[in-house]
Design a protein around this ligand. Structure first.
Ligand code: FAD
Length: 292
């Protein structure tokens, strides 16, 4: 199995989510099967708000490694968890051979926090007790709860100073916002490599819903696309693929070293984007570890 950190071109990774309902697990293997043909450098598996989808994260991540030989990244949230619960979860992930964890706080709930207030508490806990490579989230357009981007970057620096190995961004549609953010975090002394999270637009409803939830900005260019083509599922999908392709091509020309596609478990969209960017990706040489 290749080592994600040793790949010598900008990396391509995919995010998938475990099915929400029991009995739908088989569908994820159709998705993984199709995505595996695109030769990704890593597949990440999200961690749901509770129940079976949480248990499935570890199962899916492990099987992607063992059956498909693709490195995996298991997402993990710490909100509401005790240290002993987290120890059980982390021991389980380690025993399955999972090497990479995206250490997150998770969205605030009414129950609030327990032993871990912020993602930084989880990152510290993992770095003190385990050998995992730790990935962390960052927000080019600011986390929804943060008062200012500057404050958010201060907290991001705290996470990175604990030894984060890789950052993954929240989705964004405006590359200029990302590039300004990259400059700002560099000035703040953050040297961690960054994978950019790209969400291909696939319906007008999805755009509103996702951006409201995560606080991402909707630039006029993309809202016009949603407005003009939203009535036709096939056309908006095509337009979303074109927008994501252009976005990625520009980001790669700006020296981005990793593309993380939010696939929404729709391999056909990932497939079309990969076809468009494959030759650009393989023409570029970069080593993530040298970027640190
Ligand atoms: P943190 O880094 O803890 O930040 C949360 C907020 O607290 C920020 O506003 C930050 O500025 C502030 N803060 C941090 N430290 C301090 C401090 N010391 N003092 C005061 N304020 C502070 N959610 C899921 O449930 N499952 C998933 O699988 C999942 N995957 C994700 C993948 C990516 C790439 C991203 C970007 C997000 C993902 N999320 C997921 C969503 C994530 O859980 C939420 O965005 C959550 O609200 C914040 O998580 P965090 O790890 O960024 O939190």
């Amino acid at each position: 199995m290749k080592n994600f950190f040793d790949v010598t071109k900008p990396t391509l990774s995919f995010e998938i989510f475990p099915p929400k309902r029991e009995g739908e697990l088989e569908s994820v293997w159709t998705t993984v099967g199709a995505l595996s043909c695109l030769d990704p450098d890593l597949i990440s598996v999200t961690y749901g708000a509770g129940g079976s989808s949480r248990r499935n994260t570890a199962d899916i991540a492990e099987r992607i490694m063992t059956d498909y030989g693709i490195p995996t990244l298991a997402h993990l949230t710490c909100i509401g968890a005790s240290k002993s619960e987290m120890t059980d979860i982390l021991d389980n992930l380690a025993s399955r051979g999972i090497e990479n964890i995206l250490a997150l706080r998770g969205d605030m709930t009414e129950e609030g926090t327990k032993d871990f207030t912020y993602a930084s508490d989880l990152i510290k806990f993992i770095k003190q007790n385990y050998d995992f490579k730790v990935f962390a989230a960052c927000y080019p357009e600011k986390h929804i709860e943060a008062k200012t981007l500057e404050k958010d970057i201060e907290h991001l620096k705290e996470k990175c100073d604990l030894g984060v190995d890789m950052l993954v961004t929240q989705l964004f549609f405006d590359n200029d916002n990302f590039l300004r953010f990259r400059d700002k975090i560099a000035r703040a002394g953050i040297t961690c490599p960054i994978d950019v999270g790209i969400m291909p637009l696939s319906s007008a409803g999805q755009l509103e819903r996702m951006c409201k939830m995560c606080g991402a900005q909707i630039p006029a260019k993309i809202s016009k696309i949603a407005e003009a083509y939203g009535h036709n599922a096939m056309v908006i999908k095509e337009a979303g693929i074109m927008y994501a392709t252009e976005q990625i091509s520009e980001l790669l020309s700006e020296g981005v070293t990793g593309i993380h596609l939010y696939t929404m478990n729709k391999p056909d969209i990932a497939e079309a984007i990969c076809r468009n960017i494959r030759s650009i990706l393989s023409s570029l040489k970069v080593r993530k570890s040298e970027n640190k």
